[in-house]
Ligand binder design. Sequence first.
Ligand code: 5SP
Length: 238
Amino acid sequence: MSTTDPRLARLKGVAPSILASDFGKLRSQVEEVVAAGASVVHIDVMDGHFVPPITMGPIVVDALKGVDAILDVHLMIERPERQLADFAKAGADVLTVHAEATPQLHYALGLARELGALAGLALCPGTPPDPLVETAELLDLALAMTVNPGWGGQKFITTSPAKIERMAALLPADVPIEVDGGVDLDTIGVCAAAGATVFVAGSAVFGKPDPGEAVRALTAKAQEAQAAVAERIPGPRG
Ligand SMILES: O=C(CO)[C@@H](O)[C@H](O)COP(=O)(O)O
C-alpha cells in the first residue's frame, strides 16, 4: 500500500461501471453519477482473449480525462503488463490486473505504480486468495470478482461474501477490497458486511432510469450494512 497517495482517500463507495452506460452520451452520464456522489468510475477493458468480448481501450479513458473522479481501469486482458503504459498515459488512476492473466504479477503491479497509478489485483471467483499474500506489499486495491468476468448483467455468485471475508483476513487493513459483478440493492449489503468498501455496479446504475438516484440508493444500503457491522465489531474495516 502506498499510503501517501491522496487518491486512496477517494477510492471507496459505489463505482459505476461504464460498460452499462449509453456510449452516445458517455461523458454526461458519468458526470451525472459523479454529481450524485460517486468518487470512482469503473472502466472495463476486455481483449477477446482473457474474456470473450472486446470492449474499450485507452482512448475511452482519455475521453474521461478531467472528470472529478478516480478512473478505475479493470484490465481483463492477457499479459496486461504490455498495455499498462498506454492506459497510464491516457489518465488511469487505478490499473487493476488479473492474477490469472500473467505469470509476471509482481512486475505488472510494480510497473503500474512506477507509471504513477495505484496498483490493483483482481481475482476471478474460482481463484483462491493466495496471490494476495504473495503480492501484498505491492497492492493498493484487491478486486473480488463476484461473477465470472466478461459480461455485465450477470447474477451475483452467492459464495462471494465468504471469499471476501477470506481476502480481508489476508490483506493489510488499509488495502481496500472492491467487488464487481451482480452488485445491486439486494447484494451490496452482504458485500459491505463482508469487508468490501468499493462497489462496482453497472446495470444497477446505468440500467436504471435515474442513474444518480441509483448511486444514492446503493450508497445508502452499503453504509447501512457498514454501520451495522461497526456497531457489532468496531475495527479498521468497520
Ligand atoms: O467486470 C465486469 C464484467 O466482467 C463488470 O464491471 C460489469 O460491468 C459489472 O456489471 P453488472 O454486473 O454490475 O451489470
